[in-house]
Ligand binder design. Structure first.
Ligand code: GLY
Length: 350
């Protein structure tokens, strides 16, 4: 199956279409030791090009920073990649974020493609052209919008994922369902969690999750590539998650796990604002917990947590914007949340 992302330079997301790359120039594959050990040999058999280089960086969100970008750029220079070269990001969301960023600034921009190997990267990170890194102040504060030339999702890669990585990926799909399509919640509720978390579900389940997410995301990104409006909806749960990830130095939670907590926090806020019922909040909390996702984070300092909202990229002119379900299946952008109600909703987490 193929889905087109209709941005200025349109590209396709190929889902289980197989992969055979014949490229005229030099190719560098950005990956990490874990993915390389599991899947690189297989990938190399499918690539033909003038010269091939492997750039391997440490695995983990805590290494998604400017010093790793410098390391990647140095290796790109060392390999004498030129403006006709191609960078392939081969890994999860950390790899696709950094690969896209490095490709966007190397020699003012070279081509890149994404081959995601995690569920989270297939359903979200590898599609849509958000690239970047974290710094001391917050998550993804440094980066570019830079679209790949193509994305190749293959469900076979997901079979080697561990339980936490599968849960984290599913969290982003649950996000899509809550914001865009409540019918998808019924589908997710019917998935056999035990099999899914052992990567033993039927292939159709992986394919439906990827295909639905990519279709929804492609539609949104095609309308609003640079997030000046409707694309903000994809940030549901993330406003809270990014603060949690930063406070815990990117070491305690996978991104999707922090998003799960963030969604529960956003739902509490939605409830306090009268936009979501208690039953709906419970339904989502139960669903997240069914897939072994965390839903609670202890806020140590509520005022610091509150101040961190102002560094969120959706905040502007001293106004914080929240993405809230109102009700399940329909996300809204809310910007006039009274401070007292926000603090009251955060008090569930102290
Ligand atoms: N991960 C949200 C977006 O790509 O907009």
């Amino acid at each position: 199956m193929q889905v087109e992302v209709k941005v200025k330079n349109p590209y396709k997301v190929f889902i289980n279409e197989g992969l055979n790359l014949n490229f005229k120039g030099k190719v560098a594959i950005l990956t990490n030791p874990k993915i390389a050990g599991l899947h690189l040999k297989n990938l190399l058999e499918k690539i033909e090009c003038e010269e091939l280089f492997i750039i391997s960086v440490k695995d983990g969100e805590e290494y998604k920073n400017l010093s790793t970008i410098e390391e990647i750029l140095n290796q790109m220079c060392n390999s004498k990649l030129d403006r006709k070269s191609l960078l392939i990001s081969f890994g999860g969301g950390v790899i696709s974020d950094m690969g896209g960023f490095a490709a966007s600034i190397y020699q003012r921009g070279i081509k890149f493609i994404n081959i995601p190997t995690t569920l989270l990267a297939c359903v979200d990170a590898a599609v849509g052209g958000k690239t970047g890194v974290n710094n001391h102040f917050g998550k993804n504060l440094i980066g570019t919008f830079y679209q790949p030339k193509a994305v190749y999702c293959e469900s076979a890669f997901l079979r080697t994922l561990g339980q936490r990585e599968l849960s984290a990926g599913l969290a982003e799909f649950i996000k899509m369902a809550i914001i865009f399509d409540a019918n998808l919640l019924d589908f997710i509720e019917k998935i056999d969690a035990k099999n899914f978390l052992k990567a033993q579900c039927e292939d159709e389940i992986f394919i439906k999750i990827i295909a639905k997410s990519v279709e929804l995301k492609a539609k949104i990104v095609s309308k609003d590539e640079k997030e000046s409006g409707v694309r903000m909806l994809l940030n549901y749960g993330h406003t809270f998650a990014h603060i949690i990830e930063n406070e815990t130095h990117y070491k305690s939670y996978l991104h999707g796990e922090a998003v799960a907590i963030g969604m529960n926090m956003a739902n509490h806020l939605s409830y306090e604002l009268g936009l979501l019922s208690e039953e709906e909040c419970e339904r989502i909390k139960n669903l997240l917990q069914k897939f072994a996702l965390p839903t609670y984070y202890k806020i140590e300092n509520i005022h610091e947590f509150y101040q961190a909202f102002f560094l969120d990229k959706k905040s502007a002119n001293h106004k914080i914007r929240f993405i809230l379900p109102a009700p399940l299946g329909k996300g809204i952008i809310k910007e006039d949340v009274p401070k007292s109600i926000l603090l009251k909703s955060l008090e569930h987490f102290i």
